[in-house]
Design a protein around this ligand. Structure first.
Ligand SMILES: Cc1ncc(COP(=O)(O)O)c(C=O)c1O
Length: 459
């Protein structure tokens, strides 16, 4: 039916072209854009927060607002973005997402779009195969690592404790991503049910300390059930020695969840496979396509060794869900996770992976590893800097002998805006970090930041 909600073919093409041009301009500027922008002023904030009118306005004025909205904050496409966990986003991933929402097929129950469900199950199977998780492996694509960690904790809780989990204990380290603790609280655990296990000087979970803590908790009448290993902490990119955590988990009957949201896709590389060795023993793994392989934000995956555990934790019934809609032979994705209606997330990774093949993704990850080695070597040769942790993957963490100088260097780098860094704190000391995961990051970005650090040191 014609009307403002149903533009005709030509109008659709014109609207799409205007939107595409905004994206084209943004990407064309990516190689030279600074790593961060100007402050968002109050007048613009008010304009952007204005409610829609009754009669609408031109797409031109709407896109002008989007352009203004995009001028502040941290610019993820820039190769100078070395803060947090970078993600430059792939244009082809955006096309996949556009295609998915343009087709707007429903992938909660497989019978509603069996072909689309097959695409998603295929992506999950491919990711699980990277971690050698075996034939019973399954999983789903969620909005990101936080939801993947939450879904893993609920699956582990259901599998190991059932409905009575008030005495359950979860083991983490001081460097486990905060989404795990947050997820545990959402899943109904109290703070005193989370045990922070000791780490070694390399910041890895100490397997002996884990065994001791589990033993003590058992003797106190508690129910140890879950250990969360990290395959790349956000602070320093450190990978726990998973091949040592796995036997402790097995002996103690703990579910081993590995948070590989940042580091998991390094499994595509030879060096990554060596560092992540032992991950194949995990009961579940979180891995974020929207980190390691540059898929636009909104794609994290949870993989589990045994699908039955996800089903136990997530299956629901409703009279309105008709059995005949379920006959595709493919598992309903809604039965594997918390969502019923959900975006068809698989397409935003399936399209680029099928279009480009896997090799360019592997190469980009290898380049990040090379750049991290380069940064670590250069930083290690500078008087006044301390580099206590050799990078396991592509995050290089270092500190100034004097924290105040470190703060000054951080400020001047971020004020200059060619590179953007985000710091962390370890044992009360300010730690700067280069998080290298953006395919546009070059040696020049790294060297520029290090040159500025040297300048700060010489005053
Ligand atoms: C190790 C790790 N786990 C989990 C998360 C949370 O992922 P998300 O931001 O996709 O929810 C992050 C985010 O940076 C992370 O680095």
């Amino acid at each position: 039916m014609p009307g403002p909600l149903e533009p005709g073919r030509e109008e659709r093409a014109a609207l799409a072209e205007d939107v595409l041009n905004v994206i084209q301009d943004w990407i064309d500027r990516a190689d030279t854009m600074p790593a961060s922008g100007v402050d968002l002023d109050d007048a613009l904030t008010a304009r952007l927060m204005a409610p829609p009118t009754e009669t609408g306005r031109s797409l031109e004025s709407i896109l002008a607002d989007v352009d203004d909205a995009g001028k502040s904050g941290v610019f993820h496409p820039s190769g100078g973005h070395l803060s947090y966990i970078p993600n430059a986003g792939l244009f082809t991933g955006a096309l996949g997402e556009f295609l998915a929402s343009g087709l707007n097929r429903y992938t909660g129950v497989s019978g509603a779009a069996p072909g689309m469900a097959a695409i998603e199950h295929g992506m999950v199977r491919w990711m699980a195969s990277l971690f050698d998780m075996g034939d019973t492996a399954s999983g789903l694509i969620l909005s990101g690592g936080s939801m993947a960690n939450l879904t893993a904790i609920v699956a582990a809780r259901t599998a190991r404790l059932g409905d009575e989990f008030t005495r359950g204990v979860i083991y983490v380290t001081p460097h486990t991503h905060h989404s795990v603790e947050k997820a545990a609280r959402i899943a109904g655990f109290r703070g005193d049910q989370i045990r922070v296990v000791g780490i070694d000087t390399d910041l890895r979970m100490d397997p002996d300390a884990l065994a001791v803590a589990v033993d003590r908790d058992r003797r106190d009448g508690l129910d140890p059930f879950l250990v969360v290993g990290s395959a790349g902490t956000t602070d320093t990119g450190t990978v726990d020695v998973l091949s040592q955590l796995a036997p402790v988990a097995e002996t103690e009957g703990l579910w081993l969840h590995v948070d590989a949201a940042y580091g998991g896709f390094f499994q595509l590389t030879d060096r990554g496979r060596t560092v992540l060795s032992g991950i194949e023993k995990a009961d579940s793994v979180s891995v974020d396509p929207h980190k390691g392989i540059s898929i636009p934000f909104g794609a994290g995956a949870l993989l589990v060794r045994d699908e039955a555990h996800l089903i136990d934790a997530n299956q629901g019934r409703g009279a309105y869900l008709r059995e005949e809609d379920h006959d595709s032979g493919l598992r309903d994705i809604a039965a594997l996770g918390p969502e019923l209606t959900r975006p068809f997330r698989a397409l935003q990774m399936w399209l680029p992976l099928h279009l480009h093949g896997v090799a360019p993704f592997r190469e980009a990850l290898d380049v990040s590893l090379d750049l991290a080695s380069h940064a670590y070597t250069r930083l290690g040769g500078i008087d006044g800097l301390e580099t206590p942790w050799a990078p396991d993957l592509s995050i290089v963490a270092f500190r100034f002998a004097d924290d105040d100088l470190g703060r000054r260097a951080l400020e001047s780098i971020n004020e200059e805006r060619m590179v953007h860094l985000s710091p962390t704190t370890i044992s009360g000391r300010l730690v700067l970090r280069f998080a290298i995961l953006n395919r546009r990051t070059t040696r020049d970005h790294i060297d520029h930041a290090i040159d500025m650090i040297e300048k700060t040191l010489v005053g």
